[in-house]
Design a protein. Sequence first.
Length: 179
Amino acid sequence: MGISTYEVMYIQARDNYPYNVEECIEKLHYVIAADSEHTGAQFLMGKIYEEQLEDYKQAEFYYRMALYLDNDYLPAYYQYAEMLISLDRIDEALKIIGLGKKVPGADKAKLACLSGLLYEKYEMYSTAIDYYTDAKKAAMNTCYMNAMDDHIKRVKDKQRLDKKSRKKEAKEKKEKKAL
């Protein structure tokens, strides 16, 4: 049995993304019409709605559909969690990351990095550094380890800025009380 026409169309859609979005969408419509349970097509449609159209409700629909069709489809966990983090939906992002960790073959480094991003965004810097360190330990290549070093450096810089601003606020409060 060979590769079906809609599988070929899906591969072409993936190849076109993000360089020729119009053709990608056209091919995805064909694939989804032929097989509404095509996990990859559902996921890629979600990415288009998120990244190109900034329609996060539709993106979420497609990501959820991909995970419903195949709860082991790892790219959906990574992308969906990242979108939830950017939308300040911390509890949902934590849940998706937690579910992703249970999937066999999950990239533990990537999931730890996403957790680090989440905690960094909410200015929980020590926790973020812990997750970036975990991601570095789980990394399987030097480039990823270097990227985690950059994340850790950035968070430490933010910690220093945070401490400076707190000292400045304390000093200003003290001066106001003195007046």
